[in-house]
Design a protein around this ligand. Structure first.
Ligand code: HEC
Ligand code: HEC
Length: 305
């Protein structure tokens, strides 16, 4: 009771001032933030022009540089049609028929609905064009040719919009759609095999060597190795403010996700995500995740020194 009352007080203090305009955000802009397009497609120190690409993504397979997705006709996607855009996100194929590397999470965006893809396209086509050339990825020779990607896609990629199961509540379906398609939580939180395919049986159970070689925690409801002790409002609160139930703050890549994506969602959408996460089967991951605690203790120690 105390905890709930405190959470309510907390939310009622924080929410109205910061998020009053939620409902007025146009659909495309809302999705654009929720999907984190700008986070990857803008240089990491954020000094580069928005959406002009060039951010380095360090992965187990090499370094990928994101593309310019401004409407610049020569360096960006200014000559694309809406059909080209839809094919890129739904099928992972470029206008000239090349396969994209799954460092571009079309593996999740494929599940976006046609209406949401259209809204995103409208929003993106109205951004400022930036004439900045794309950088070449730094990959080992055997990954430089994109032809092998067609085999990879046959093995690990299932294209198609999210199909809501009819026996689930609308809020659950909204949560599943946000987690799987839009906010692509699994791109970081689901472990991958040595070929970079998702281990579907361990959906959201954490990744010992995630992007930038960070450890990514298990967010299934396992009580020992996941977030089974968090309530739905703990989860929703974390996605809004970054504060964990034990008063710590999110670090690493999750800070970007919270700042640019989940803190900008409506409260209902954050609750839907929490509801969906709470409903997942608990998966025990190998190592006890408490890297966050270790890290924060380290941080605190450094503050003292
Ligand atoms: C996790 C990082 C990441 C996120 C998030 C991301 N992208 Fe990308 N995107 C990439 C990478 C990497 C590439 C380059 C892929 C390649 O070269 O095969 C790319 C390529 C693209 C391309 C192809 C550009 C071209 O010139 O062929 C488009 C279009 C695109 N992204 C749109 C989007 C949109 C729209 C969003 C948000 C809904 C988004 N991306 C979110 C990493 C990301
Ligand atoms: C770009 C990679 C990335 C994406 C995408 C991502 N996360 Fe995270 N997430 C992380 C990392 C890294 C941490 C660990 C943060 C820390 O050390 O404080 C984390 C931590 C968390 C935690 C806290 C777990 C704990 O035990 O402290 C929750 C809950 C969470 N993420 C939920 C989500 C949800 C829901 C989404 C989708 C909306 C999401 N994450 C998308 C990387 C990501």
């Amino acid at each position: 009771m105390h905890k709930r009352a405190a959470a309510w007080l907390y939310l009622s203090v924080v929410t109205p001032t910061l998020y009053a305009a939620d409902d007025e955000l146009p659909q495309g802009e809302y999705l654009f933030h929720a999907a984190g397009c700008a986070t990857c497609h803008t240089q990491e120190d954020k000094k580069g022009p928005p959406l002009a690409g060039g951010r380095a993504l360090k992965t187990a397979f090499g370094i990928f540089y994101t593309s310019n997705i401004t409407p610049d006709p020569d360096h960006g996607i200014g000559r694309w049609s809406e059909v080209d855009f839809r094919r890129a996100l739904r099928e992972g194929i470029s206008p000239d028929g090349k396969h994209y590397y799954p460092a571009f999470p079309y593996t999740s965006y494929t599940q976006l609905t046609d209406a949401d893809l259209r809204a995103l396209w409208k929003y993106l086509s109205n951004r400022k064009p930036v004439p900045q050339a794309n950088k070449r990825h730094e990959l080992p020779w055997y990954l430089r040719s994109r032809t092998a990607l067609s085999l990879w896609k046959t093995l690990y990629f299932r294209p198609g919009a999210y199909q809501p199961p009819s026996d689930k509540l609308p809020a659950w379906n909204r949560g599943a759609y946000l987690v799987k398609a839009v906010a692509h939580c699994g791109e970081c939180h689901t472990p991958r095999n040595f070929l970079g395919g998702f281990k579907q049986a361990q959906h959201l159970a954490g990744h010992p060597h995630g992007v930038d070689d960070t450890k990514i925690p298990n967010i299934t409801p396992d009580r020992k190795t996941g977030i089974g002790k968090w309530s739905a409002s703990d989860i929703a609160g974390y996605l809004e403010t970054g504060m964990t139930p034990d008063g710590d703050f999110a670090g690493d890549l999750m800070t970007d996700v919270i700042d640019s994506s989940t803190s900008r969602l409506t409260r209902d959408d954050r609750r839907a995500i929490a509801l969906y996460l709470k409903s997942l089967p608990a998966v025990e991951s190998k190592k006890h995740k408490n890297d966050r605690k270790e890290k924060s203790q380290k941080r605190k120690k450094q503050d003292w020194e």
